[in-house]
Write a protein that binds this ligand. Structure first.
Ligand code: ZN
Length: 313
């Protein structure tokens, strides 16, 4: 009997693949570039090859395949990705093997992993908000990621926090992402200071008044968006992840303080760092692979080994 699945997290620039057994042990991981510049068909082909190569590296044949992809997605179809450029690609196109394959939205798949084996373990209602180049959220409601009526749910990065604010790449004005993504923090400081190529972590660490101003605006935007989410959905926890969460107390402390201050008639939910880091998408894809194989309740007994990163049973 097969005792492992193929898991793949497809990002805009690279893909992270792995084999994960039914005890949650990561048997193997590999990273490959996403050949986005060669068009959507080339990306589909690269995924198909990657899945085949990973499957062939295992002992026997895999029980299932889980793939996290960007854009709009349902379990059997990658519907649309502006980033990669595909439309309506069936799950079977990503896998040349005769085994069950399930697709998941990238951020929601990461949220699933944080929910089952990460920072949200045992919590039914929480927000997972990775803050990196962009900002998107996974809303975990009653124990499962929620994508809304058409799959667009969780686009918290495009909540208009400052109605008369700067225009976002999406065309709207004053979006959270325009102020508080790692890319935006670096870009906004570079614009104001005239210094090119400054990264968010340099802005966070700087005592230049311009850097303090840009960081303050990012924190303000985040606290506004999190207050809105809290008032709407009453989460018991907010999990912050992605590159910007590496800032640690420099992010968590001021956001927590302002969120508490903003909410007058109710308590603020606790803020916690994500537990799975850059592996969340791949580990969530493994959970999807096991679900595809009919092992829907798997994951509850998996334990994160914080010393070495991989999971141990
Ligand atoms: Zn936007």
């Amino acid at each position: 009997m097969s005792s492992f699945v193929v898991a793949l997290d497809v990002g805009g620039t690279s893909m992270k693949g792995g084999l994960v057994d039914d005890a949650g042990v990561v048997l193997l991981t590999e990273r490959r570039p996403t050949p986005r510049e060669n068009g959507p068909e080339a990306v589909v082909e690269a995924i198909r090859t990657f899945v085949g190569d990973l499957a062939a590296s295992g002992d026997g044949s895999p029980a299932g395949v889980g793939i996290a992809v960007p854009g709009l997605v349902d379990p059997g179809m990658a519907l649309y990705s502006a980033n990669i450029g595909w439309r309506d690609v069936p799950a079977s196109a990503f896998c040349g093997l005769d085994i069950p394959v399930v697709l998941g939205h990238d951020v929601q798949t990461g949220g699933l992993a944080e929910s089952v084996i990460g920072a949200g373990r045992g919590v039914d209602d929480f927000l997972f908000l990775p803050i990196g180049t962009g900002i998107a959220g996974a809303m975990i409601l009653r124990g499962a990621p929620y994508g809304g009526a058409s799959g667009w749910g969780g686009e918290i990065g495009h909540i208009p926090v400052f109605p008369d604010g700067e225009q976002c790449a999406c065309g709207q004005f004053g979006c959270l992402e325009t102020y508080a993504s790692a890319a935006s923090v670096g870009r906004r400081y570079s614009l104001r200071s005239g210094q090119e190529g400054i990264r968010a972590e340099q802005v966070v660490a700087s005592d230049d008044p311009l850097a303090i101003e840009v960081w303050d605006e990012a924190v303000e935007a985040l606290s506004l968006a999190l207050a809105t989410y809290t008032l709407l959905l009453d989460p018991s926890l907010i999990v912050l992840g992605g590159g910007l969460a590496e800032a640690g107390p420099a992010l968590f402390d001021p956001v927590r303080t302002r969120l508490v201050k903003r909410l007058t008639f109710r308590d603020a939910p606790p803020l916690a760092p994500a537990a799975l880091g850059v592996d969340a998408g791949m580990l969530g894809a493994a959970l999807l692979g096991w679900r595809a194989a009919g092992r829907g309740s798997i994951g509850g007994s998996w334990r994160l080994d914080v010393r070495s990163g991989p999971l141990v049973s």
